[in-house]
Design a protein around this ligand. Structure first.
Ligand SMILES: Nc1ncnc2c1ncn2[C@@H]1O[C@H](COP(=O)(O)OP(=O)(O)O)[C@@H](O)[C@H]1O
Ligand SMILES: O=C(O)C1=C[C@@H](OP(=O)(O)O)[C@@H](O)[C@H](O)C1
Ligand SMILES: [Mg+2]
Length: 171
């Protein structure tokens, strides 16, 4: 049986569960897990400080490079930050990956983003989340090969859905 031919990339709005689901999914599939935000923090320090000291534009360049590096491993599960898909080079590179979109309603995400240090949610919290999520929705939809709604669903069920999809893809 051939090994994994393409990385699996998890996209979606902040708090949809990309980091948590990606980690569990990688474990279930025996793949390498990369969370691009974690890679960025490892090399550049906390994201909030990066935004504050260098601005969002610089963060997006660093993020683009972190995503490009991660995509080199076809046996990986890669969880992106919610805004990574804003970079056109990243969108282009995702054409060579299996892209899973995690969706979530504002009602369900509210508890998940409470007290967050995400820089884009510091001022208006849920209102900002909703505005950003709505603005990005068409981009997410255009990239997704498979979508799972994570609202009010345990992580393990979300992972089960994705594993089933991967298995049918390979059947
Ligand atoms: N399906 C889920 N049900 C309940 N809580 C969840 C679920 N998925 C993620 N969470 C919680 O929501 C928060 C944000 O999850 P995270 O994986 O960091 O999302 P993202 O990477 O998409 O921003 C975490 O506290 C996580 O434990
Ligand atoms: O949506 C965004 O613009 C961002 C999402 C965050 O990651 P998560 O989506 O994993 O929270 C992180 O990359 C940064 O705070 C910016
Ligand atoms: Mg994350």
């Amino acid at each position: 049986m051939p090994g994994p031919d393409r990385p699996i990339v998890v996209i979606g709005p902040m708090g949809a569960g990309k980091t948590s689901v990606g980690k569990k999914l990688a474990k279930r599939l025996g793949r390498t897990f990369v969370d691009t935000d974690r890679v960025i923090v490892r090399h550049h320090g906390p994201i909030a400080a990066l935004f504050e000291e260098h601005g969002e534009e610089r963060f997006r360049e660093i993020e683009r490079d972190a995503v490009a590096d991660a995509l080199l491993d076809p046996a990986s599960v890669i969880s992106l930050g919610g805004g990574a898909v804003l970079h056109p080079e990243t969108r282009e590179r995702l054409r060579g990956a299996r892209v899973v979109l995690l969706a979530v309603t504002p009602e369900a995400v509210a508890a998940r983003i409470q007290g967050t240090d995400r820089p884009l949610l510091q001022h208006d919290g849920l209102t900002a989340w909703q505005e950003i999520a709505e603005r990005r929705a068409p981009v997410y939809a255009s990239l997704a090969d498979f979508t799972v709604d994570t609202s009010h669903r345990p992580l393990v069920h979300v992972v089960d859905d994705i594993v089933r999809w991967i298995e049918t893809e390979h059947a």
